[in-house]
Design a protein around this ligand. Sequence first.
Ligand SMILES: Cc1cc2nc3c(=O)[nH]c(=O)nc-3n(C[C@H](O)[C@H](O)[C@H](O)COP(=O)(O)O)c2cc1C
Length: 305
Amino acid sequence: MTHLAVDICGLRLKNPTILASGVLDETGKSMLAVAKAGAGAMVTKSVGKEPRAGHQNPSIVELQHGLLNAMGLPNPGIDAYAAEIKEAKKSGVPIIGSVFGGSEDEISELAGLIEKAGADAVELNLSCPHAKGYGSELGSTPELVELICRNAKRRIKVPLFAKLTPNTSSISSLAAAAEKGGADAVVAINTLKGMVISPDARMPILANRFGGLSGQAIRPVGVRCVYEIHEAVRIPIVGVGGIGNGRDALEYIMAGASAVQIGTAVWTEGVGVFNKVCSELLEFMEHNGYESVKDMVGVAHSGRR
Ligand SMILES: Cc1cc2nc3c(=O)[nH]c(=O)nc-3n(C[C@H](O)[C@H](O)[C@H](O)COP(=O)(O)O)c2cc1C
């Protein structure tokens, strides 16, 4: 019987689609709506220790094939956000708690706190490209990625996911470092650092000047990253970047992803995208004789020329 269920590090997902961090996950209520729409799991907004306002507006620019955002990691802080996780858990859908911090100690403390709040797995945001002192500023050196993962892993019992930056010359080295540090899975990719300038105003449009590019435009970069990581590590990979239909998800799965996350397409198309991706995946599998998603993971590597 053809089915969409996947198992990632012991987490049972009814299908391989996961809500990506930062879109419709500010509140428990919005996550309940995403769960109702069919997501197999949900990643929370990245949360820090203290409340944080994020960057000033304009903080997002809509482009033809994507978004450029510099939200700046706005969040209410872990203590307040715990209530949102409690609410989201009513869905019965696995919740992956995303955290960011300015040092390995702060990150590991947050990993412990978000597990305590009820997260079924922890995702370390080592990759946000537009928040000074956080994200990719810590996640761009393999040594630091390994150290951060090792410290966080010691604090928690649930699976640890490391979300990696594509703004590097070797994402597979970062993935290998995460694996060495004890991460149970890697997530690729976060946004690509970019800028849009208004010729009329003669200045960058985003108040933060730089932002992170997401959506359709970055899919080939994400697929390439997952493909490279698949050749470098043995732990599962979660693919993310520009997924909006079944064929997009298939590209990531065939490159080596065991599941996929969807962010920008939820913003541009709404929560119906989860069902769309799932039904298109199922149709492809039925037509091509695949019983489970697992059977398709990494198959693009065997067809190598
Ligand atoms: C508005 C917005 C906010 C985001 N916030 C976060 C965040 O808080 N933490 C994080 O790890 N990634 C964040 N991301 C990155 C996404 O989770 C995802 O990695 C990226 O957008 C690529 O996937 P997509 O093309 O499906 O959006 C954000 C993306 C967008 C568009």
